[in-house]
Design a protein around this ligand. Structure first.
Ligand SMILES: Nc1ncnc2c1ncn2[C@@H]1O[C@H](COP(=O)(O)OP(=O)(O)O)[C@@H](O)[C@H]1O
Ligand SMILES: [Mg+2]
Length: 226
């Protein structure tokens, strides 16, 4: 098993959003989390990306543990171990969150250069190969504001792939796209999964979920015990 999240609970101001929820993602799986707006889908994705702290539960990818259930709730690993976990997971945000003042190439290079994952030359070669694979070779010097929604989404995916995640998460990947662009993003996600990455997609687009998911989970499971 790649990602394991066990007995997760999270409340905001004492109002539970997730209660004792467990799920897993295996290699090559595309797990789609569907459910209405406000049911905690983004919260769950933020928990497993360490952007938000779980109150209770255990979260791990391979041997890397982010937090473990202790006597008084989820106990988080030290900084160094959290970093190891974090390097195994990537997230494509709903609004893409591209750096508007950086070219497509520089958007891709920013994080791996900061993390010293290679020389500028090596990373540029990798970025070019990824952009080519995504049909964006001619956009390498473009600024994000000149791209369509579907192109921005691809740049955001390429940027996440620069860090070789074992698990890649997508928050509402189709919310700003027409059906045709959605299908091409769905096919791209299938390719990434086939290469061995575990995928988590959070969406209220059930049609997209059923078409591209290998497993569907409903957010109505989050509060089943309450
Ligand atoms: N940072 C926060 N502080 C307080 N409440 C929050 C916060 N983030 C989300 N919530 C609440 O948690 C619930 C689930 O939100 P969210 O995870 O964004 O749902 P979804 O992604 O399914 O639309 C909502 O009621 C929302 O208002
Ligand atoms: Mg959301």
């Amino acid at each position: 098993m790649l990602l394991q999240a066990m007995n997760l609970s999270k409340a905001y101001n004492h109002v539970p959003v997730i209660d004792d929820f467990s799920f897993e993602i295996d290699e090559k799986e595309i797990v789609v989390l569907v459910g209405r707006s406000g049911t905690g889908k983004t919260t769950l994705m933020r928990l497993i990306n360490n952007l938000e702290k779980a109150d209770q539960g255990t979260i791990s990818i391979d041997d890397a543990v982010l937090c473990k259930q202790g006597l008084r709730g989820a106990e988080y690993a030290d900084r160094k171990k959290r970093r190891i976990y974090q390097n195994k997971i990537g997230m494509v945000f709903q609004d893409y969150a591209l750096f508007p003042n950086l070219s497509v190439l520089d958007n891709l290079l920013e994080a791996p250069l900061a993390q010293k994952l290679g020389s500028r030359e090596e990373l540029t070669t990798k970025a070019k190969a990824l952009l080519e694979k995504m049909g964006l070779a001619e956009k390498i010097e473009a600024m994000p504001s000149t791209l369509s929604g579907g192109q921005k989404q691809r740049v955001a995916i390429a940027r996440a792939m620069m860090l070789n995640p074992r698990v890649l998460c997508f928050d509402e990947p189709t919310s700003a796209l027409d059906r045709e662009s959605s299908d091409s993003i769905g096919e791209l996600i299938q390719q990434i999964a086939a290469d061995g990455t575990g995928i988590l997609i959070v969406t209220h687009d059930t049609e997209f979920g059923q078409k591209y998911g290998t497993r569907i989970v409903s957010s109505s499971e989050f509060l089943k015990n309450i």
